[in-house]
Design a protein. Structure first.
Length: 401
């Protein structure tokens, strides 16, 4: 039986790859195609080589585009040029990332922001300019305090949150309420990028890696917000630790640390817990739970405020890494022995966690005003329609808090 080929528009595929700056080797690796020259043939306008339907579907998934998009004319495919972004990442010598996944993620962020703007226009909602006048040419403490005040991030509310996830959602909503677009990007390794900022006078973008835990996402949001306040577009991957030698990154980390764990609040918690030195890992974990941040942030704040020294700080971080590595090894062994625990999936919750609060609200409003159907909402979010009710129910609670 002959294998059916997908009669895709090669010119369109080539244009999408060039616009998104996607390398042939990345596509070949993602769709498990060997040799790489096969993909070269699919992009060669003079070659008669075509992918199979399954291969074409994998290509579309890899590029984060609808399958039908491969059949469209190039002029009918929306084109969004990638912006100039300052690379402030710290890449270890043995790690050399393929930037294609990151370029696709940046393209996704731009397209999703444009989706928000178009939905707001359809709902006749205003899109205001980003007018935030916070002086960043001062101390990290002053900037952190100014951000808390302007974006109304309450320390009391922070302590009331029941989990790091709830605090992450709270911080995201408070900042988006002032005109910033915050969205998770997908399919990018944490070593490649943890966060990025794209400045724009109207609805600037903060992108955070979906693979990160809620405490890390919250830190990334504040870190990238400082870049936006400086009118900078930046790409970052190393937060909290002492690896970075870049003055801008050190300052953004310091502001995020002071905002999330203010010095006075930290010492008040140390006093209430009767802690002063020789912290057990459980002590640091308890402090992390108090502030809804990571253990790494707490250890850094203890160092920055002179509670522990460099040697102790390094020892704690080494212990944190060992704990993570041990957990990963235990999970690997469990999987190999067929006894890995089944982790329940909550697509509606995952959609809320990765999707801009502003976009969630606009989709909910559009649904309540009969502009969008549940099918529309599900399609925008990339989830099955059966989860739409739970998503809409959760977002509806934001209006009564």
């Amino acid at each position: 039986m002959a294998i059916l080929k997908a009669l895709i528009n090669k010119e369109t595929l080539r244009m999408i790859c060039e616009t998104k700056r996607v390398e042939v080797s990345y596509i070949a690796d993602k769709i498990s195609c060997k040799p790489t020259s096969k993909v070269d043939g699919w992009l060669n306008l003079t070659s008669e080589t075509l992918p199979t339907f399954n291969q074409a579907k994998k290509i579309a998934s890899c590029l984060h585009i609808p399958f039908a998009g491969l059949y469209m004319k190039p002029e009918d495919v929306p084109k969004k040029q990638l912006p100039k972004i300052v690379n402030r990442r710290v890449l270890l010598n043995e790690f050399s990332p393929n930037e294609s996944s990151l370029n696709i993620a940046i393209s996704d962020l731009l397209e999703t922001r444009d989706l928000l703007i178009s939905i707001k226009q359809e709902l006749k909602e205003p899109t205001s300019s980003f007018n935030v006048a916070i002086d960043t040419n001062t101390t990290d403490v002053a900037v952190a305090l100014a951000i808390r005040k302007f974006f109304e991030i309450s320390l009391e509310e922070q302590f009331r949150k029941s989990s790091a996830r709830q605090f992450y959602l709270y911080v995201r909503q408070q900042i988006e309420a002032k005109g910033v677009f915050i969205q998770c990007f997908t399919d990018v390794d944490l070593e490649t990028a943890r966060g990025l900022a794209i400045f724009d006078d109207v609805i600037p973008i903060i992108g955070i890696n979906e693979k990160d835990r809620p405490p890390a996402k919250t830190f990334s949001i504040i870190h990238e917000l400082v870049h936006l306040l400086k009118r900078q577009s930046s790409l970052c991957n190393e937060f909290v630790s002492a690896f970075s030698k870049n003055a801008e990154e050190i300052f953004c980390n310091a502001v995020a640390g002071e905002l999330l764990v203010p010095r006075d609040a930290l010492f008040a918690k140390l006093h209430s817990r009767n802690l002063s030195s020789n912290f057990a890992i459980s002590d640091i974990q308890n402090l992390a739970n108090d502030f809804s941040v990571s253990k790494e942030v707490i250890s850094r704040r203890l160092l920055d405020n002179g509670v522990i020294n460099e040697v102790e700080y390094t020892a704690y971080n080494d212990e944190f890494r060992k704990l993570i590595e041990t957990e990963k090894e235990e999970q690997r062994i469990a999987r190999s022995e067929g006894r890995a625990p089944t982790i329940p999936k909550y697509p509606d919750r995952e959609a809320i966690d990765r999707t801009s609060s502003s976009l969630c609200r606009s989709l909910f409003k559009g649904y309540t005003e009969d502009v969008f159907s549940k099918q529309d909402v599900s399609r925008y979010l990339g989830i099955s329609q059966k989860y739409a009710d739970k998503f809409l129910g959760e977002v509806s609670k934001w209006y009564v808090r």
